[in-house]
Design a protein around this ligand. Structure first.
Ligand SMILES: [Zn+2]
Length: 259
């Protein structure tokens, strides 16, 4: 739990109820047309979140849920959840006014979501379970946090429509997913060679790759071994083995991919 003083409103100059550039005037009571809505689907080993948002925010919203769980260890619960299911949300698009008013809620514009309602009820709060660092990141990604006016469960996107792609890029950078490997293409003549192999020859080929893999382990260990690391003969052999396995790994990756 963090106390109120640990949260800084970096978007205090923004009016969260203004409609930012590019989104259009869709809101309660008419609501947002179905064609402009999409479904956020975020699933991990603990829960499954599925809720509607403006379709342009679907990807960013999913990344935010992943950042919460993976980077800040803050689980946004869907189903299942720790309590009575319907009260947890998350809630996104809903065609309704701000509670107790006749003004359109950002939920009716498809740019607002609520996280973990039972833990973050609308109140004059002093403590909150949503980590301050996560709130700071959400703000950097364009979300105004309702906690600054009492609604701790609530985030609303206050950036322009044009700002979303850059926010997605920043969110991806925060998660830092490993870049997919770009295998070296298998030369055509090697593919032909493999296709022409008998079963026994293919088996030998695989054994060769396995041997190279073992060589890689050896080559990795050798330079780090205090007694061996200054032995140029071992080091040269290790470098050769690493080159061999790099080529073999690229080739096997290509073969497994069906290329
Ligand atoms: Zn809300």
């Amino acid at each position: 739990m963090a106390s109120r003083s640990e949260y800084t409103n970096t978007l205090a100059e923004v009016n969260p109820n203004a409609i930012p550039d590019g989104w259009g005037q869709w809101q309660w009571p008419g609501g947002t047309p179905d064609v402009l809505l999409g479904t956020v689907n975020y699933r991990n080993e603990k829960t499954n979140c599925s809720f509607p948002m403006r379709k342009e925010l679907v990807e960013l919203t999913g990344l935010c849920l992943q950042i919460a769980a993976d980077v800040y260890d803050y689980q946004v619960w869907g189903s299942p959840n720790p309590g009575y299911e319907p009260t947890w949300g998350p809630w996104g698009y809903e065609n309704r006014p701000i509670s107790g008013t006749q003004r359109a809620s950002n939920h009716s514009k498809g740019r607002a979501m609520d996280w973990n309602a039972p833990q973050n009820s609308y109140t004059d709060w002093t403590e909150c379970e949503i980590p301050p660092g996560l709130v700071a990141v959400m703000q950097d990604l364009g979300w105004y946090w309702g906690g600054f006016y009492g609604d701790r469960m609530h985030f609303e996107y206050v950036g322009s429509l044009d700002s979303v792609p850059a926010a997605v890029t920043r969110a991806r950078a925060i998660l830092n997913p490993p870049a997919p490997p770009t295998p070296t293409p298998v030369p055509d003549d090697l593919i032909e060679e493999i296709e022409a192999m008998t079963d026994d020859e293919r088996k030998a080929f695989v054994d060769e790759i396995a041997t190279a893999a073992a060589a890689k382990v050896w080559a990795t260990v050798t330079p780090r071994h205090s007694a061996w690391k200054n032995n140029e003969q071992y080091a040269a052999a290790g470098r050769t083995a690493l080159d061999t396995i790099a080529g073999a790994e690229n080739n096997t990756a290509q073969l497994r991919a069906g290329n």
